[in-house]
Design a protein around this ligand. Structure first.
Ligand SMILES: NC(=O)c1ccc[n+]([C@@H]2O[C@H](COP(=O)([O-])OP(=O)(O)OC[C@H]3O[C@@H](n4cnc5c(N)ncnc54)[C@H](OP(=O)(O)O)[C@@H]3O)[C@@H](O)[C@H]2O)c1
Length: 295
């Protein structure tokens, strides 16, 4: 498994571990299992309410803290220069670590973009002070990136976006590539196309896709493993979530087979161009109800 090198030299494994919707009760066991299986990158967020448990799992594991890339996200209600500096204190306090490896802005707040820019400038300060090893963004579309790059100094190391076979965002991938920004895939196995409590009943689960199932059968692998291998071979970082020990292991067992160019092309052609997650250009007032608690 070769690491990915971010645009500032920091190393990131191609497969990380997501904890969105992992309850605080489940998170310690899930992260410990992931570290035992071999994951060395955990993706959490202030808004997930489980940073404390991620930190607890890291401290309880036999893996050295320095061998783990800890990534977390600042929520828009904490945007603004001083607010975001304080958001770092909240996150590092809950995680119980002095240095956050990757700290990113969770969403653009398009109708309050000056706050978003101030938040990013705070990330730049934290980076200059050595408190974070890499900074980035999430759910930024090309016009958000353009505007951010015009007003700030450090190019984001990564952009975490919805990216699975039914929604590949080629325009965002192109804009990221142009600036040396890594594409980090959220819902990399299409969770947002099937997990309960989100979206309409007409959703079609990526897991049931006949092309993916056929490719999986050829390799004796599962649909999730095929999708993760597709990300790895195309140079992306993917952060599948599971609280199930068997699936945590399954999602990491993707380094013993390879997809052909033809198979990669067949997966690429499944793109529907339809987003399942929230529109990053949506009204920023939707964030206001969520306050991130102190550490
Ligand atoms: N930046 C953002 O706005 C944003 C948005 C969403 C997610 N994320 C990040 O991305 C991570 C992953 O995305 P996600 O959680 O949305 O979706 P995902 O990882 O694509 O899928 C997770 C779902 O798939 C199930 N699952 C996991 N492994 C499986 C397997 N091998 N076979 C069948 N089902 C499987 C999980 O259930 P079980 O737990 O029961 O296995 C869960 O319901 C998140 O945890 C979070 O860290 C970021």
């Amino acid at each position: 498994m070769d690491n990915i090198t971010l645009n500032n030299g920091v190393q990131l494994p191609p497969i990380g571990f997501g904890v969105f919707q992992s309850s605080p009760e489940d998170t310690v066991d899930a992260v410990r299992t992931a570290l035992d299986v071999g994951y060395r990158h955990i993706d959490t967020a202030a808004a997930y309410g489980n940073e404390r448990q991620v930190g607890e799992a890291i401290r309880a594991s036999d893996v050295d803290r320095d061998d783990i890339v800890v990534e977390t996200k600042v929520f828009p209600t904490d945007y603004g220069h001083d607010e975001t500096l304080h958001a770092f204190e909240k996150a590092s306090g809950k995680l119980g670590i002095d240095t956050i490896d990757v700290l990113i802005l969770h969403q653009p707040a398009p109708d309050r973009f000056e706050k978003t820019v101030q938040a990013y400038k705070a990330l730049e300060t934290l980076y200059a002070d050595g408190k974070v090893r890499a900074i980035g963004v999430s759910n930024f579309m090309p016009h958000h990136l353009r505007s951010l790059l015009e007003q700030t100094d450090i190019i984001p190391a990564l952009n975490q976006i919805e990216l699975h076979p039914y929604f590949t965002q080629p325009d965002v991938q192109r804009a990221d590539a142009e600036h040396g920004i890594l594409d980090q895939a959220w819902s990399p196995i299409g969770g947002i196309t099937f997990y309960p409590g989100w979206g309409s009943d007409e959703r079609v689960s990526v897991m049931d896709d006949p092309t993916i199932r056929a490719i999986a059968e050829v390799h004796g692998k599962t649909p999730a493993q095929v999708m993760l291998r597709w990300h790895v071979q195309q140079g992306r970082n993917a952060i599948p979530k599971s609280t199930n020990p068997g699936r945590i292991a399954e999602n990491f067992a993707v380094f013993d087979f390879a997809l052909s160019d033809d198979e990669l092309g067949r997966l690429d052609r499944l793109d529907t161009g339809r987003r399942s997650g929230p529109d990053p250009d949506g009204d920023s007032s939707r964030f206001d109800a969520r306050t991130i608690p102190e550490a």
